[in-house]
Design a protein around this ligand. Structure first.
Ligand SMILES: NC(=O)c1ccc[n+]([C@@H]2O[C@H](COP(=O)([O-])OP(=O)(O)OC[C@H]3O[C@@H](n4cnc5c(N)ncnc54)[C@H](OP(=O)(O)O)[C@@H]3O)[C@@H](O)[C@H]2O)c1
Length: 321
């Protein structure tokens, strides 16, 4: 297959690109700064020569969007919104204009679209969309607005020959440097991997291997359209999540942090506490119903696997250096 991945230079794109290329697919990445073979320039906003890559491709997986790992401010939130809406719109325009449109368009969305809740998991059918939860910072609703606008843009695209799927993905855990797992592991190793603000908030996650397998599954299943949750079936409270991560690395202690301490930590890391404090309890209703089997459904096992791979990489870097 020929797979085009707009925004494929980031953490998720790196995982997907290498996995798809490893099994022999042709992968083209659209980026604002092409640097490697297989990368083509686009600006994420306007149609251009890059659209020729989409014409005749089998699959498009659009991952483009300003990183959410930053301090949330009116400016950064606007950039998060605009980069997602505009890139999705122009991908839709390229598909609509193609003489041979792709069979399927997988559009990244996010598990953040669901409400902050503890009482029950969110699947695609019964899940509660966020934005109206009482007692949470008002700006959290904006992340939900971004997710909704992102999905709406794909829905609006007039691409009748292309099946459209929105990937409501949880955090993709991969052993790569700079990824979310890397940051969490670093905190745990510093002794800071304890409960944050009590640690009852749920963490939803998906192992990188299962993310890739789910993408392949969705490409192959013609029945799938619309939103699909990409999350392991075992979301767990943050305190249990970090405990398992500490156990996987062998860190005996994780200092608890209050909400205020988390605020200071997030400031130091140029990140936002919403990423730590929002309870994301998301489960893969549609994937499980369709018979998708997770290789890593439970976090302790997934964390062991990721830690093993981090250690293997470090060892090989050490020997190479
Ligand atoms: N990582 C996760 O666990 C996770 C979970 C759920 C959803 N998501 C979503 O999935 C997508 C990919 O995640 P990621 O972690 O790989 O993100 P990432 O590392 O931040 O990469 C996103 C890519 O988007 C491109 N981009 C950034 N700003 C842009 C703009 N203004 N216009 C066009 N392209 C822009 C960048 O490519 P160039 O600089 O090369 O152009 C960048 O490599 C993101 O939209 C993210 O919100 C991620």
């Amino acid at each position: 297959m020929k797979v085009v991945i707009p925004g494929g230079t980031g953490q998720v794109g790196t995982v997907l690109r290498s996995a798809l290329a490893a099994v022999g697919h042709e992968v083209v990445v659209l980026t604002r700064r092409p640097a490697r073979e297989g990368e083509v320039r686009w600006d994420g906003e306007t149609l251009g020569g890059w659209a020729r890559e989409v014409d005749g491709a089998d699959v498009v997986v659009n991952l483009a969007g300003r990183s959410v790992s930053c301090r949330y401010s009116p400016v950064t939130l606007r950039e998060m919104m605009d980069s997602r809406v505009r890139s999705t719109r122009v991908v839709g325009e390229a598909i609509a204009a193609a003489a041979r449109p792709p069979r399927v368009w997988l559009q990244m969305s996010t598990a953040t679209v669901y409400a902050h809740r503890f009482d029950a998991p969110n699947d695609e059918g019964t899940g509660v969309i966020g934005g109206a939860e009482p007692g949470v910072p008002r700006y959290w609703a904006y992340s939900v607005e971004i997710a909704k606008a992102w999905e709406r843009e794909q829905e609006l695209a007039d691409t009748p020959s292309t099946r459209k799927v929105a990937l409501r993905s949880a955090m993709v855990m991969s052993p790569d440097r700079g990824g979310v797992f890397d940051v969490l592991l670093w905190l745990a190793r510093l002794g800071l991997g304890g409960p944050v603000a009590g640690g009852a908030q749920y963490v939803s996650w998906i192992h990188d291997r299962d993310f890739v397998r789910a993408v392949e599954f969705l490409v192959g299943r013609d029945a799938f359209e619309g939103p699909v949750n990409l999350a392991a079936p075992g979301p767990l409270p943050q305190r249990a999540f970090m405990r398992a991560l500490r156990a996987a690395w062998g860190v005996p202690l994780g200092l608890p942090a209050t909400r205020g301490m988390a605020e200071i930590g997030a400031l130091a890391l140029r990140s936002d506490t919403e990423l730590l404090l929002k309870s994301r309890r998301v489960v893969p209703g549609r994937l499980v119903e369709a018979g998708f089997a997770f290789e890593h459904p439970r976090w302790p096992d997934a964390a062991d696997d990721l830690v093993r791979r981090v250690r293997t990489r470090r060892r090989s870097r050490l020997y190479a250096g």
